[in-house]
Design a protein around this ligand. Structure first.
Ligand SMILES: [Zn+2]
Ligand SMILES: [Zn+2]
Length: 333
């Protein structure tokens, strides 16, 4: 990350440029201004909260995070496993409370991100710096290259899911009630004060989960090791994994996006509660066809060892797994 003095002195010039070009996305700027001001107010109320609220904050961080990691990301964007209606419904609720736009919009952005990583068509192109990849991309209008490629991918599978359709049609009207609904639990559950419920359980918790997710697009594209593919920016970033439910094993994930674990190893070797949750649902018979890439990776290494030819044959895009499907997830349980 560029932290030079020049980078900071350039900020007014960059803002002026985007203002003159009419690039600012004003509705999102207003939304994020409110989100951050209310979250900042929440910080000063944390010390006054009841113990139950701290626990609830942590539980919501995890559960709403799974609506993004297990739901919008691994299930809907990548089709890395199939889930029963009950699981899809629960993930859709968690996803709504974590509000990051609709699942439909999220998955479209994410498929484009994988296909056009580190180009102008990538919604959060990390070559434009940490701030842009983290949140700046949401404050600006879409790059023309990003708009152009949107119509080139197929999203019919997303629209075929009634839960995705209904949620998308309610977007953005469900945002405020979804973000603030946990406040009622805190208020009526353990008599937390109204202001602590709104500003800590509602606003601060929402903003925190938002930034944790954003780190996957920023930090995990800028810092970490590249053991699976040294030619791409996404990296293995353990800190992002600890914060974002196991989503920081990003070098593996970009090499094998169809892998439901989004990491090479099982949960005993790599922190990955999202994998554990999917495996638990599978154990209960509510999830099936979990795709793994461990065999593809093993075959690749054998090929390289014998031919010294770094072939790209096993690279896959966000959802196309025709040549790569492994169904050896069960062996790991
Ligand atoms: Zn990525
Ligand atoms: Zn992905």
């Amino acid at each position: 990350m560029d932290l030079s003095l020049e980078m900071f002195t350039n900020i007014p010039k960059v803002l002026n440029h985007h203002y003159k070009e009419g690039n600012f996305n004003w509705p999102y700027m207003a939304f994020f201004a409110v989100v951050h001001i209310t979250a900042f107010m929440g910080i000063f109320k944390v010390a006054d909260c009841k113990r139950e609220s701290y626990l609830f904050f942590f539980i919501l961080w995890q559960l709403t995070g799974y609506g993004i990691t297990c739901g919008a990301h691994r299930l809907w964007a990548h089709k890395s496993y199939e889930a029963h209606f009950i699981v899809r419904f629960l993930l859709m609720i968690g996803n709504s409370i974590a509000y990051q736009g609709s699942i439909y919009s999220w998955a479209i952005n994410h498929r484009i991100h994988h296909k056009y990583s580190e180009t102008n068509a990538d919604p959060h192109n990390s070559t434009r710096g940490f701030f842009f990849a983290h949140i700046g991309w949401l404050l600006l209008k879409k790059h023309p290259d990003r708009v152009e490629v949107e119509s080139q991918l197929d999203y019919t599978d997303l629209w075929a899911d009634p839960l995705v359709r209904i949620q998308h049609k309610c977007d953005p009207f469900f945002a405020v009630p979804a973000i603030l609904s946990p406040c009622l639990v805190a208020c009526y559950g353990w008599n937390e004060s109204v202001s602590n419920s709104i500003f800590v359980v509602g606003c601060l918790r929402y903003c925190f989960v938002l930034h944790v997710t954003f780190l996957v697009n920023s930090a995990a594209h800028l810092w970490g090791d590249h053991p699976y593919d040294s030619k791409i920016a996404p990296a293995e970033n353990p800190i992002v994994s600890y914060l974002a439910g196991g989503e920081g094993w990003h070098n593996w994930h970009h090499r094998y996006p169809f892998d439901y674990a989004a990491s090479e190893f099982g949960i005993s070797s790599q922190f990955n509660p999202s994998k554990l949750l999917i495996d638990t649902f599978a154990f209960l018979g509510l999830v099936r066809n979990r795709k793994r890439a461990t065999s593809s990776w093993r075959r690749y290494r054998e090929r390289v060892a014998t031919t010294t030819n770094d072939t790209d044959a096993d690279r896959c895009d966000a959802t196309n797994t025709t040549d790569c499907i492994d169904t050896d997830a069960k062996k790991e349980m």
